[in-house]
Design a protein around this ligand. Structure first.
Ligand code: CTP
Ligand code: MG
Length: 344
């Protein structure tokens, strides 16, 4: 299970690794990262599926648009990931259930497989599978905020390649260790991406800027929320280059931040401000309904939204033990790139 033999590891404290030692593991992490990233061929197949869906949908709703969001569009997808699609329909008041059911009908008659309308889910969707490519796809309606936060994440990934490396490796770790499942009270991939961005904003010298604190070049209002940030990221491609830390050093520091340095009792991490803010200032100091705020991750646009709210008093322990396990492995294990991803 999630257990650590920390006793044994602590007795080896003397062999504390230096930055130099850690960096010698970088090539191993890079090759794990490379084995996880999707091929061009895979990306091409996803694009083709999107285009064929577009054709079908335009026939029925001429003013509709399809947007990709989530890991297939934010650059943090591992290979063979499913695609998340948002159908944007702007015709005033709409009945989502009705549209989803009609959409399912259309897709079914086009021979797509396993078509299913989940109209009662928290985010109602139609699921389908493309028999030609084997790619699965979820289609939701008018979830424009997700499309916009996907763009923010992608823009961050275009500033420094170490963000993509860090996220893909952290997601792989979280999936291997069973701590990437909101239904089980652990964190979503989206939450892990925000944790990684925040972490790189806080490195000194900083590896990432805070795009929402800069002069905005991209502005939209979605569901009454103003989303504004600097998106001319090609101008920032050297931003992080003063900082020479390797991916191995960053992983080590990331896990030790969440294991030993984060102040869970008082702090909220905030990509929006590029720093840490207090639970007090958000009024996230006590449990309200099901939101417990035991680990606080502010959504960059939906400011009342704590992505850590799914974590409860049992799963916070599991999470923190996993961060400690990972930090200790990075510090002491002779083979960190193997042990880190051992199935739990
Ligand atoms: N999202 C969101 N709010 C959440 C969770 C997710 O807005 N609380 C949106 C984000 O746009 C995110 C997308 O839904 O990019 C998909 O979320 P998730 O499945 O957690 O992330 P992926 O990047 O798709 O990761 P995975 O590869 O694990 O599917
Ligand atoms: Mg996803």
């Amino acid at each position: 299970g999630h257990h650590v033999s920390s006793q044994r590891m602590r007795s080896r404290r003397r062999e504390l690794r230096t930055r130099h030692d850690i960096t010698s593991f970088a090539p191993q992490f890079i090759s794990i990262y490379e084995s996880l990233t999707p091929s061009e061929e895979e990306k091409e197949k996803q694009k083709q599926l999107l285009q064929s869906l577009e054709k079908l949908i335009i026939k029925e709703w001429p003013n509709a648009q399809l947007h990709l969001y989530g890991s297939c569009a934010n650059s943090f997808g591992a290979s063979s990931c499913d695609i998340d699609v948002c159908l944007a329909i702007s015709d005033g008041e709409i009945d989502k259930s009705k549209i989803l059911l009609r959409l399912a009908e259309i897709l079914q008659s086009d021979n797509l497989q396993d078509v299913q309308a989940l109209t009662r889910a928290r985010v109602p969707i139609v699921k389908l599978k493309d028999p030609a490519t084997g790619i699965s796809c979820d289609i939701c309606i008018n979830n424009i905020l997700a499309v916009v936060n996907t763009k923010l994440l992608r823009n961050y990934s275009q500033i420094d390649h170490r963000l993509r490396q860090l996220v893909i490796i952290v997601k792989h770790w979280a999936k291997s260790r069973g701590v990437n499942d909101t239904y089980q009270g652990t964190l979503s991939s989206y939450a892990y991406v925000l944790m990684c961005i925040h972490f790189l904003q806080l490195r000194r010298p900083a590896i990432l800027p805070c795009l929402q604190e800069m002069q905005p070049t991209y502005m939209v209002t979605v569901d009454g929320i103003e989303c504004a940030f600097f998106d001319q990221v090609q101008k920032l491609e050297h931003f992080g280059s003063v900082n020479r830390e390797s991916i191995a050093e960053l992983l080590w520091a990331f896990f030790s931040y969440w294991a030993y340095h984060h102040d869970y009792a008082n702090n909220v991490i905030s990509v929006r401000t590029g720093g840490i803010i207090s639970k007090q200032s958000k009024d996230w100091t006590r449990r309200i309904g099901n939101d417990r705020h035991l680990i606080c991750i502010e959504d960059p646009f939906e400011l009342s939204h704590d992505l850590g709210r799914v974590v409860d008093k049992f799963t916070i322990k599991i999470l923190r033990e996993e961060f400690e396990r990972a930090a200790e492995i990075m510090q002491y294990d002779p083979n960190p790139s193997v042990r880190l991803f051992e199935p739990y």
